[in-house]
Design a protein around this ligand. Structure first.
Ligand code: HEC
Ligand code: HEC
Ligand code: HEC
Ligand code: HEC
Length: 127
């Protein structure tokens, strides 16, 4: 009986911890390619936390952004949503399509900083 009570007290707490913003993504190894109907390449290598640490990116909204009236909001981020939630596979004319959204975000920064991979096979690594 006591065990059950403790479980019911603990369960929401555990869920809360898992949903906490900033909960680390150390397990992520590749970017999920579920949003693409046809997969032409192996999923791109991306060890979330390790990457962001090495790249010295502190602001989550560097990638998980929120826009309002065409302007990026400074203090808000969207890590509770996947890129595909907002970027459809085909561009809607206003937002970039999903593939372009990823490539512009990832390669764009690598090119700008002259650090990080820009060749197809360096991200889409065949295992
Ligand atoms: C809550 C919805 C939303 C989410 C989630 C989202 N985006 Fe966006 N994104 C937008 C909107 C809206 C715009 C563009 C608006 C404009 O130009 O008016 C945009 C613009 C962009 C752009 C072009 C501008 C820029 O920042 O270079 C890129 C690249 C991009 N998104 C990549 C991504 C990636 C990668 C992810 C996931 C990590 C992501 N987006 C998640 C809504 C979203
Ligand atoms: C360099 C880009 C980048 C930065 C910076 C970044 N993320 Fe992410 N994050 C991603 C991408 C890409 C995904 C996968 C999104 C998708 O599949 O649509 C992701 C996924 C996530 C997820 C969902 C994990 C899952 O398994 O689905 C969480 C939570 C998250 N990020 C939190 C954060 C937090 C908190 C920060 C800031 C401390 C942060 N991210 C900074 C790119 C980034
Ligand atoms: C805001 C800048 C920025 C964004 C956005 C970004 N990167 Fe990087 N990335 C870097 C930097 C800087 C490095 C080099 C880090 C170092 O010195 O090792 C890097 C390195 C890498 C590496 C080399 C291995 C590693 O982890 O160090 C891979 C793979 C990589 N990035 C994939 C991605 C993918 C995939 C995305 C998009 C989901 C992405 N990056 C988005 C800045 C960025
Ligand atoms: C900086 C890393 C990076 C580089 C460089 C890169 N991509 Fe991607 N690409 C991604 C990410 C992240 C995605 C989103 C989902 C995934 O595949 O993991 C993606 C998605 C794709 C997709 C859609 C999904 C699929 O498998 O069909 C294609 C096609 C693609 N890339 C082709 C290319 C080609 C061709 C090149 C070289 C010209 C290239 N990419 C270079 C990171 C990269």
């Amino acid at each position: 009986m006591m065990k059950k009570v403790i479980f019911f007290l603990m369960a929401p707490l555990l869920v809360g911890i898992l949903l906490m913003p900033g909960f680390s993504q150390e397990d992520m190894e590749v970017v999920d390619n579920e949003g693409f109907t046809k997969k032409q390449r192996p999923p791109a290598v991306f060890r979330h936390d390790e990457h962001n640490e090495k790249a010295e990116i502190e602001d989550c909204s560097e990638c998980h952004h929120i826009y309002e009236d065409g302007k990026k909001l400074e203090d808000e981020s969207s890590e509770d949503q996947s890129c595909a939630d907002c970027h459809d596979e085909q561009s809607d004319g206003k937002k970039l399509g999903l593939r372009k959204a990823f490539h512009t975000n990832c390669k764009g920064c690598h090119l700008a900083k002259k650090r990080g991979p820009v060749m197809c096979g360096q991200c889409h690594v065949r295992s």
